[in-house]
Design a protein around this ligand. Structure first.
Ligand SMILES: [Zn+2]
Length: 114
């Protein structure tokens, strides 16, 4: 099997979503009925290694994966464990000094909608 054979499919599936490997597997299975779960696990892990996917742990019991993208904040609904991406212009983050150039940001905010 070719390395990264499903890279484009997985990238498309994970676009603007935060999914477990099992969820990625279920979606891939619709297109490739004979695909193995272990193949998907390997592909996802390889994509994480080369920086295409970002792994999020500690939100659900299983790790979530998303397509690596510009710095953003995660708003995590603790009721249904859904993850929303929030983008902020770094210049407009009020608590960051204006002369501090953000290179990397990893912010998770947990809560519930009322
Ligand atoms: Zn995200």
């Amino acid at each position: 099997m070719k390395t990264h054979a499903y890279l484009l499919d997985i990238k498309e599936i994970c676009m603007d979503k935060h999914l477990t490997v099992d969820e990625i597997f279920e979606k891939l299975k619709k297109k490739y009925p004979k695909i193995w779960r272990s193949t998907v696990y390997r592909n996802v892990e390889e994509m994480k290694e080369i920086g295409v996917l970002t792994k999020l742990t500690g939100i659900q019991d299983k790790a979530l994966y998303e397509v690596t993208k510009e710095n953003h904040i995660h708003l995590i609904d603790t009721k249904n464990k859904r993850v929303m991406d929030l983008y902020m212009d770094s210049i407009n983050i009020p608590w960051v000094p204006h002369n501090f150039n953000i290179e990397y940001m990893n912010v998770d905010i947990y809560g519930k909608f009322s």
